[in-house]
Design a protein around this ligand. Structure first.
Ligand SMILES: [Zn+2]
Length: 659
């Protein structure tokens, strides 16, 4: 009776844990899980004889005195690798010489973690070890037991050995480092080091607390119901047995398919919540693999394509000063051009002058630049060098490079500003922003047209766009009747754009698209929030004191009020059409992550807003739904942690009532 209940609980908990940690698909809440777990723990305490090694209670860990060296049953080889597509093609040529064209390949992301080997006997996890030198590793079974993505019992009574990579998600790494800093401990340099440090703990209860996971990539099936003939089938089979497989794996017909896969992930990898440093390409047929065999250190049937490094050092040649649409002065690093993650980089962000001081960046320094999810790489540190001390400390220029007026500090702002309202750089940036996609979205009027209009003195401020005639456009060289008419019409048509777009386009300091939408949702017309007090504005969820002050000041500036009056006289009506609401989306907060197939994220966001919902960029308890497309990022994990409802694209479209 008790034994039956114990068995039942064990199987249930293993099933829930498998769904949560391997499939990323939680079936029950943490609370329900904990309840069942505690019941099992209690029953096992009363009946210690019934405890089995595959019980979920055995994942908590304990102290060991050291790690034993073990000789691997099957050697873990290294992989040959290359940064170069031509070498990949040559590798494939050697294979096709032997087996003819069209040798299928399997492409897998190369996870930047720790390689391990796991052994299962009669379906139970018996033994696990680090890679070591490939022949001898360290036995860390007890620590591996604590990692929930590692099954303690398989869904089949089989004897298998698998290799895989232990990794720590980037989001967990950041959290761990934050905690370490709070405790005054040294932060880990990268997720890989954090995973290694967590795995080689003599006290495995520490390992248990760290968020480690594992992707399985090499199955060796010794005895099982199936005996796969290809690597691809082997991977699908171990997935059936209960192992976690990286979903970004692809079977391709030839090397060009593999090259495409590598190119695709060179940039997409930054969206993942784990670090990858390349792609492993394997011959699919196990028979071919056997025939090809090994060199002294690596298989001939597999190779790794390494992504270009995400960080690289180069020389800082100059610091240029850019002036933004709000007058914000931003320093930009001008670099000796260098190949970073597949593209030539000659400029990088330095954020602001505080950052320059903090890093002590000096012109002439060797600097380390990094490409992350952002499009523009950033300078992350100065490399140690003897020259650094001899270089002059960077001094902020006192005057705006565009208009020559002094650069000023603004209370409460990190940035420095050119506060001259007639600064040519600021005016130009404002004009360019006005027509941009995020603002009024006037596609036919591009930067070069704006430059010409500005130089001819036809346009100095956005309001001037609406005073232009077709004849004015014809004054620009190379502009013919047809495009002049197009530009004129596009500008006139923009008067009908939603009020939120107009507010965004005004370039009020710290007021972007999201804030503009919050404003128009709260106030029915421009007149209303022109009259609102700072306190009233700050009451709006998502608008703090600082932004409220910026908005208030903007609408109490005589010059701005005059301009708004001009817009009105030119035919803007500033009326706000309340969103058409449906019960399903109204008042709900959505977070979008990953790539959607039938629409862009911006389009999905517009649908949500048109139906009275809101979108947010981060997941919190207040999030109603997370819409997850392909390759979702850490937002999906966070949603799962918080128990937020997750919709796929189809479900979202159903909810929104669209085809
Ligand atoms: Zn200026």
């Amino acid at each position: 009776m008790v034994l039956e209940r114990i068995k039942f609980l064990r199987d249930e908990l293993n099933k829930y844990s498998y769904n949560y940690y391997v499939l990323d698909n939680p079936l029950i809440s943490d609370f329900e899980y904990d309840k069942l777990y505690k019941e099992l723990e209690e029953l096992e305490k009363q009946n210690p004889l019934f405890i089995t090694p595959d019980s979920p209670t055995q994942r908590v860990g304990g102290i060991s005195t050291g790690f034993q060296e073990v000789t691997h049953k099957y050697r873990l080889y290294s992989l040959d690798n290359t940064y170069n597509y031509e070498e990949l093609r040559r590798w494939y040529e050697r294979i096709t010489k032997e087996f003819g064209n069209n040798v299928e390949l399997v492409c897998e992301l190369k996870i930047d973690g720790l390689a391990i080997a796991l052994a299962y006997k009669n379906g139970s996890f018996v033994h696990g070890a680090t890679r070591g030198n490939g022949i001898v590793g360290e036995e860390i079974t007890q620590n591996l037991r604590t990692i929930k993505a590692i099954p303690l019992k398989l869904f089949e009574d089989a004897d298998v050995e698998v290799r895989g990579e232990i990794y720590m998600p980037k989001s967990s790494f950041e959290k761990l480092n934050e905690e370490n800093l709070k405790l005054g401990e040294k932060p880990f340099a990268n997720p890989r080091n954090a995973a290694a440090g967590s795995l080689r703990q003599l006290d495995s209860s520490i390992t248990a607390k760290r968020d480690l996971s594992m992707f399985t990539y090499t199955p060796i099936i010794e005895r099982a119901k199936k005996q796969p003939k290809t690597h691809w089938d082997g991977i699908q089979y171990v997935k059936e047995l209960g192992f976690k497989i990286n979903p970004n794996i692809r079977l391709v017909k030839d090397i060009e398919g593999a090259v495409d896969f590598c190119k695709e992930w060179e940039t997409k990898r930054f969206e993942l919540d784990y670090a990858t440093d390349g792609v492993v390409i394997k011959v699919n047929s196990l028979a071919y693999q056997n025939e090809l065999g090994y060199t002294s250190r690596a298989p001939k049937w597999a190779t790794a394509f390494k992504f270009p490094p995400e960080e690289i050092s180069t020389t800082l040649k100059d610091i240029e000063i850019g002036i933004g649409k709000t007058g914000a002065v931003t320093p930009v690093a001008v670099l000796e051009p260098v190949n970073l993650a597949g593209s030539i980089v000659s400029r990088a962000s330095l954020h602001n002058f505080d950052e320059i001081r903090r890093l002590d960046v000096r012109i002439g320094d060797r600097v380390l630049i990094k490409k992350a999810a952002e499009i523009i790489p950033k300078v992350i540190k100065v490399c140690d060098s003897a020259e650094h001390d001899n270089l002059p400390i960077y001094q902020v220029q006192g005057n705006c490079p565009s208009c020559g007026e002094p650069i000023s500090e603004v209370e409460g702002e990190v940035n420095l500003y050119c506060l001259n309202p007639n600064c040519p750089a600021v005016l130009r940036a404002k004009l360019e922003y006005w027509v941009s996609k995020e603002a009024m979205d006037i596609e036919s009027v591009g930067p070069s047209v704006i430059e010409k209009l500005y130089n001819l003195g036809l346009v100095a401020a956005p309001v001037d766009f609406y005073k232009l005639t077709i004849d004015d456009f014809l004054k620009l060289d190379l502009v013919k009747e047809k495009s002049a008419t197009n530009m004129y019409n596009a500008i006139q048509a923009s008067k009908q754009k939603p009020l939120s777009k107009f507010i965004t386009a005004l370039s009020i300091r710290n007021v972007g698209k999201e804030t503009a939408e919050l404003l128009v949702n709260e106030f029915p017309s421009l007149e209303d929030f022109k009259a609102a007090s700072i306190e009233r504005l700050a009451e709006i969820d998502g608008i703090g004191d600082k932004i409220a002050r910026n908005i208030y000041e903007f609408f109490h500036n005589e010059h701005n009020l005059q301009t708004l009056e001009e817009f009105k006289n030119l035919g803007f009506d500033f009326s706000y059409t309340p969103a058409q609401k449906t019960d399903e989306l109204a008042g709900k907060t959505f977070v979008l992550t990953g790539t959607l197939q039938s629409m862009t994220r911006d389009e999905a966001s517009d649908i949500i807003k048109s139906k009275g919902g809101k979108t947010s960029s981060s997941v919190s308890k207040k999030t109603s739904y997370v819409v997850a497309g392909e390759n979702p990022g850490s937002k999906l994990d966070k949603a799962q942690d918080l128990g937020v409802i997750i919709l796929n694209e189809e479900e979202f479209k159903n909810l929104a009532g669209i085809e």
